[in-house]
Design a protein around this ligand. Structure first.
Ligand SMILES: Nc1ncnc2c1ncn2[C@@H]1O[C@H](COP(=O)(O)OP(=O)(O)O)[C@@H](O)[C@H]1O
Ligand SMILES: [Mg+2]
Length: 568
């Protein structure tokens, strides 16, 4: 490229701006600048840049190989003199002409700049991992980057010029062009390839008008598939955790323990005190007296209430499984142990473990339990690693542990470990004064459960219940009242409602029955059975079973007896 040598006459505002412009041009070398004013801005700049200066423009004419001289003075005499004395090879150009040329040049520069940015941009776009595809408003594909080809296997040449509505009509880009809305996380197969991708797309808006759209997508890889799976599993786990917390947290508090008798009050008192400590509690008492309720309540009002409450029914788990239930097992500990399993003691960490029916635990396990209670550490079955836990123990049984110790069926040392606080939950028959409160509470609960409107029980009925012994305690009371409520629509429950249920449960082999004719006795039994099971076909069928006669016989005997013939 030939370098054009240029000199400028006049270094005022016009000359200086031409000077700056030319200075930036590679093809031009400024070889001199002249102005009579030594402080003209162009002169000052030229001095800084080592461009020769002069106060006499005639000096410029002697510069070797000068090609062009630009007259930026605007003074006609200067112009005229330049033309007169210059060599033929030197062209003289007026500032106006020079500016025009430079405007053209500047445009060329801007174009170059755009090309440079374009180059940079496509280098950036090509270096991206994500595929990019651009289409105009008509859907004509204008651009794809190299990741596009890599992911889809479609070359730039094949793709550009196609129309997106034909090439990928269901893709995100086509959707954006159709709707004008941004699309996120669209999972699709790229038209014309079998690449499964996940894409985001957006419209291209220029000065408020949509001109096209751009889609960015990446392979829906195995990793992403795994991520999706993971997300699903995480949700499941979160749900399960929620459930687990619900299941394992205690449901009852001391407020649920009804009764104002001294017997129950003493018990609650002791239990409340024990709740404040960390001591092991042993709950003794007959079945149905509320031992479970107490265990829950103690946990709920203890410092551990935010932690798990884990109940283990020692009688319900087969002996062979009890150890792994308690302590968990390691993978491969026995045939079928394909995964390790966490035991109840670990589950209860930080909280309370409730060992129900402790009297039914076998001796071997009693020994192991003793160690855990002493050391608060154990090993999983089939593992040597020792696990330490912080667990509060509450145990319960309806068995007479002291008798079992005497018979050698319960370890004495374990008994004393458990028996730090002993709470004997009294049977219902010693606190019958609590019956009315318990019954009222049950009526409310059962009305809700069964959708009934029972308001209370008659005085006579109450007397029947007060006279009963309640061997099954509160659980039995619950059962009796529920059974009565299921079978009646009355608002006040009467003696008649109860008598069959309550007496049924009480067997008095030695009770003196008045003697009566056998056939009358038969009728009485039949009436009683029907009353118990209900005067329906199904009720009569069950009554006949209870009496061990056929349904037909029952009907016959009922017919013979007649409804009002015999009073029972
Ligand atoms: N003091 C009480 N107040 C109200 N309901 C009670 C009371 N004691 C026991 N119950 C209820 O009686 C039923 C049996 O109690 P539970 O604690 O399971 O007895 P246990 O464990 O001693 O066999 C449960 O439904 C319980 O809610
Ligand atoms: Mg229980």
């Amino acid at each position: 490229m030939k370098i054009v040598k240029v000199a400028i006459v006049g270094a005022g505002q016009v000359g200086f701006s031409i000077y700056k412009m030319l200075k930036a041009m590679e093809e031009v070398k400024i070889v001199g600048l002249a102005d009579i004013n030594p402080t003209a801005p162009g002169i000052l700049a030229a001095v800084q840049n080592d461009v020769p200066i002069s106060d006499d423009f005639r000096d410029l004419l002697s510069i070797k190989d000068l090609d062009v001289i630009i007259d930026a003075t605007g003074v006609p005499e200067v112009h005229e003199r330049l033309h007169r004395i210059k060599d033929d090879e030197i062209a003289v150009m007026e500032a106006k002409a020079a500016n025009l040329l430079m405007a053209i040049f500047r445009e060329k520069e801007e174009l170059l700049e755009i090309k440079r940015v374009q180059g940079q941009l496509s280098a950036i776009l090509d270096s991206m991992q994500e595929a990019i595809e651009v289409a105009d408003i008509e859907g004509n594909i204008k651009f794809v980057n190299s990741a596009f080809s890599r992911i889809t296997g479609i070359t730039e040449k094949e793709r550009i010029g196609q129309n997106i509505f034909e090439a990928s009509p269901d893709g995100a880009l086509a959707t954006v062009l159709k709707t004008g809305n941004i699309v996120f996380g669209h999972r699709t197969q790229v038209g014309g390839s079998n690449a499964e991708v996940i894409s985001n797309a957006a419209p291209i808006i220029v000065e408020g008008a949509m001109e096209g759209g751009v889609v960015v997508f990446q392979h829906f890889t195995d990793v992403m598939k795994l991520m999706e799976e993971l997300k699903k599993s995480t949700t499941i786990i979160e749900n399960l955790t929620d459930k687990l917390v619900q299941v394992t947290t205690s449901k009852y508090t001391f407020e649920d323990i009804l009764g104002s008798s001294a017997e129950i009050k003493n018990c609650v008192d002791l239990a409340e005190k024990s709740a404040r400590s960390n001591s092991t509690v042993l709950l003794l008492g007959e079945s149905g007296t509320g031992k479970d309720l107490f265990a829950h309540a103690i946990h709920s009002s203890s410092m551990r209430r935010e932690y798990p409450f884990i109940k283990v029914n020692c009688a319900a788990i087969p002996e062979t499984l009890l150890e792994s239930e308690f302590f968990g097992y390691a993978k491969g500990a026995f045939t079928g142990a394909v995964k390790s399993k966490i035991g109840k003691f670990e589950l209860a960490h930080g909280g309370t473990i409730f060992l129900d029916e402790i009297g039914d635990m076998n001796l071997l396990l009693q020994g192991k339990l003793l160690r855990v209670l002493q050391e608060m550490e154990f090993e999983r079955v089939g593992d040597t690693q020792t696990i330490k836990v912080d667990v509060r123990v509450i145990a319960a049984t309806n068995r007479k542990l002291r008798d079992l110790i005497r018979q050698g069926k319960f370890r004495e040392d374990l008994f004393y470990r458990l028996n730090v606080v002993e709470i004997i939950v009294p049977p219902l028959r010693v606190r019958k004064e609590d019956l009315p409160a318990l019954i009222n509470n049950l009526l409310v609960k059962l009305n809700r459960k069964l959708g009934k409107k029972v308001r209370g029980i008659s005085e006579e009925a109450e007397e029947v219940l007060l006279n009963y012994d309640w061997p099954g305690n509160i659980r039995e009371l619950e059962n009796v009242i529920e059974r009565v409520m299921v079978t009646t629509d009355e608002e006040i429950l009467t003696k008649k409602n109860f008598i069959q249920h309550v007496n049924q449960n009480k067997i008095h082999p030695d009770r003196d029955i008045d003697l009566m004719p056998i056939d009358q006795m038969e009728v009485m039994l039949i009436r009683k059975a029907v009353a118990k099971y209900g005067n329906t076909v199904e009720g009569k069928r069950r009554a006949s079973q209870a009496l061990n006669i056929s349904l037909a016989t029952l009907y016959n005997k009922l017919k013979r007896a007649g409804p009002a013939n015999i009073k029972i």
